[in-house]
Design a protein around this ligand. Structure first.
Ligand SMILES: Nc1nc2c(ncn2[C@@H]2O[C@H](COP(=O)(O)OP(=O)(O)OP(=O)(O)O)[C@@H](O)[C@H]2O)c(=O)[nH]1
Ligand SMILES: [Mg+2]
Length: 479
C-alpha cells in the first residue's frame, strides 16, 4: 500500500451473506444503482470486494469496501486455528489464511472479505437482530477479533422485530469496540451522519480526516436544501404567472355553448401544463438527492392523487379558510390577486373579463368541474380577432396547495433510503398537509410573496422569503 493510500481511512463492511451489507453501504453513500452496489434478496449477491470512495472535489476522503459475505465461518475459523497452532490466532495467521485461500481455495469468500482487513481496514460488522445468534456468527466475530482491527457492529434490523437483540448485544459487547443501530431501509441523513461520527470513536488515528468529511457532507446537505428552495420558489412563481391562451373562432365567440366547451378544454391544458412544470421540479429534486430509481408522476388535471378538481383537496390541503383570510388580509388585499393577462406579448386592456374573479370566500367549483380559472378575453392573437386566456385558479389556496404537495413529496424523498431497490412512484398519501402548521409570520410573508409573484411582480431576490422556504424544507426533512 502506498503512503498516500494509507492515509485514507478505510472501512470494510463485513458479515454473513445476505445480512444487508451492500444495502447499508448503498444507503450510507446514497447509491441506488445496482451496477455500483448490487443488492439482492438472493444470498451471495456480492462476490468481489468493491471499493467505494467518498470524494469531494476529486479528493478521496474516506473509503468503504463492500465485501462478499461469510459463507462458511465455522470451518474457516477452525482452519485458521489449525494454521496458527497453539494459542489464539493473530493477524499474521489470518494473513496466511487469506494468502492460501485467495485463489480457488475452499474458503475463497472468507479470504476475499478478510483481505481488506489484512491491508489495514477497520471493520463494520453487519448483523440482523431479528435472527438468532448461532455458532456461525460467533465464529465470524472470533475471526474478526483475531485481526485486531478497530471494529464496530451495526444492527440492521431487516424484519420488523428485534427478538434476539438482547443476546446479540451481550455478545457483541465483548467482540466490538462499539455497537450501533443502522437500518438500511430507513436511515436518513442524521443517521448516516451519526454513523460517520461513530467512525471517529473506533479510528482515532484519522480523526481530522473523518471530521473534515463530516463537515463537507454537512455543507453539501445545506447546499442541496438551498437549491431545493430555489427549485421550489421558481416553480411556484412560474405556476402563478402561467397563462394558457387559445384563439377563438367565430362560432366559439358567438355561441355560449361552444365557448364553454373551449373553456373546459383550455382549463385541462392549463392544468396539464402546471403538472408538467411540477413534474420537472421533482426530476431536479431527485437528481439533486441522487435518486435514480425513484420517480414522482404528476399526471394531467388530477395531479397525482391530489386532485385539484376535488373539493376535498381544497379543503384538506393548503391553508384553512380562516388562515387564508388572515394571510390575505395582512398581506394587503391579496384577495384580489390581479389577473394580469398581458403576458406573452398579448395585448390587453381591450378584452373583457368573463371569468369569475372570486376571492377567498368563493365556491371554487362544483362536482366534476375544474376549479374556476381566471378567464379573460383578449384581442389580436394571430389571425383571430379574439382569444381566451386562462390564468391561475381564482381560489387563493392554489399556491398553498402546490406548496403543500411539494413539501409532501420532498419529505418522502428525504425519508427514502438509497438501499431500497424497488422502483417506486411517490404518491401523496391521504395525509394532512404542511402549511397549516406554519407560523402566522411565515404564512403572511409567503402570502405576500405569492401575491407579488402572481402579479408577475418584482423578481428581486427576497432573502427573508428564501429563508422561510429553506426553513420549511428543513422541517420537512425530519418529519
Ligand atoms: N426490510 C429490510 N430489508 C433489508 C434491509 N437491509 C437489507 N435488506 C434486504 O436483504 C436482502 C439482502 O441485502 P444485501 O444488501 O444484498 O445483503 P448483503 O449482505 O450485501 O448480501 P450478499 O452480498 O449476498 O452477502 C435484500 O433483499 C435487501 O433488500 C433492511 O434494513 N430492511
Ligand atoms: Mg452484498
Amino acid at each position: 500500500m502506498s503512503h498516500s493510500e494509507s492515509e485514507i481511512p478505510t472501512f470494510a463492511v463485513v458479515g454473513k451473506i445476505n445480512m444487508g451489507k451492500s444495502s447499508v453501504l448503498a444507503t450510507l453513500l446514497e447509491i441506488d444503482d445496482d451496477r455500483v452496489v448490487r443488492v439482492s434478496s438472493t444470498p451471495g449477491a456480492t462476490t468481489q470486494c468493491q471499493v467505494l470512495p467518498v470524494e469531494f472535489d476529486g479528493r478521496e476522503m474516506i473509503r468503504f469496501i463492500d465485501t462478499p459475505g461469510f459463507s462458511n465461518a465455522l470451518e474457516a475459523m477452525r482452519s485458521i486455528q489449525d494454521l496458527h497452532g497453539e494459542g489464539t490466532p493473530d493477524l499474521a495467521s489470518v494473513e496466511r489464511f487469506v494468502q492460501r485461500e485467495l485463489d480457488g481455495g475452499q474458503f475463497e469468500d472468507e479470504a476475499r472479505l478478510l483481505q481488506p482487513l489484512v491491508d489495514g481496514a477497520g471493520v463494520l460488522y453487519v448483523i440482523d437482530p431479528s435472527k438468532p445468534l448461532r455458532d456461525a456468527f460467533v465464529a465470524e466475530m472470533e475471526i474478526l477479533r483475531w485481526t485486531g482491527r478497530p471494529r464496530m457492529a451495526l444492527l440492521n434490523e431487516k424484519a420488523d422485530h428485534e427478538d434476539h437483540i438482547e443476546e446479540w448485544r451481550i455478545r457483541l459487547g465483548s467482540y466490538f469496540n462499539l455497537v450501533r443501530t443502522f437500518n438500511a431501509h430507513r436511515a436518513r441523513f442524521d443517521e448516516r451522519k451519526n454513523l460517520l461520527k461513530a467512525l471517529l470513536e473506533i479510528d482515532e488515528g484519522h480523526r481530522r480526516r473523518i471530521e473534515e468529511t463530516i463537515e463537507l457532507i454537512d455543507e453539501e446537505w445545506d447546499q442541496r436544501r438551498e437549491e431545493s428552495a430555489e427549485i421550489l420558489m421558481d416553480f411556484l412563481s412560474k405556476a402563478l404567472r402561467y397563462r394558457e391562451s387559445a384563439p377563438l373562432d367565430e362560432k366559439e365567440e358567438e355561441l355560449e355553448e361552444r365557448k364553454e366547451r373551449k373553456r373546459k378544454e383550455l382549463a385541462k391544458v392549463y392544468y396539464a401544463k402546471i403538472a408538467q412544470m411540477e413534474e420537472k421540479t421533482y426530476e431536479k429534486l431527485l437528481r439533486l438527492y441522487r435518486h435514480q430509481i425513484l420517480s414522482v408522476e404528476v399526471g394531467g388535471e388530477h395531479l397525482d392523487g391530489l386532485d385539484l378538481s376535488s373539493e376535498e383537496t381544497w379543503q384538506k390541503w393548503g391553508l384553512s379558510r380562516s388562515q387564508l383570510t388572515l394571510a390575505g388580509g395582512v398581506a394587503g388585499g391579496a384577495a384580489g390577486i390581479a389577473v394580469d393577462l398581458g403576458s406573452g406579448g398579448l395585448t390587453h386592456g381591450l378584452g373583457t373579463l368573463i371569468g369569475a374573479l372570486g376571492g377567498a370566500g368563493a365556491a371554487f367549483f362544483k362536482g366534476e368541474d375544474l376549479p374556476d380559472l381566471k378567464v379573460g378575453m383578449i384581442t389580436g392573437v394571430g389571425n383571430s380577432k379574439r382569444a381566451l386566456v386562462m390564468g391561475p385558479p381564482a381560489g387563493e389556496n392554489f399556491p398553498w396547495i402546490l406548496l403543500d404537495r411539494w413539501l409532501h413529496h420532498f419529505a418522502e424523498v428525504m425519508s427514502h433510503a438509497h438501499g431500497r431497490r424497488e422502483e417506486e412512484l411517490l404518491q401523496p398519501k391521504d395525509d394532512s398537509g404542511w402549511v397549516r402548521g406554519f407560523s402566522r409570520d411565515r404564512r403572511v410573508r409567503l402570502q405576500r410573496w405569492f401575491s407579488q409573484s402572481a402579479k408577475g411582480g418584482s423578481s428581486a431576490f427576497d432573502a427573508a422569503v428564501f429563508q422561510e422556504f429553506v426553513n420549511a424544507l428543513e422541517e420537512a426533512e425530519d418529519a
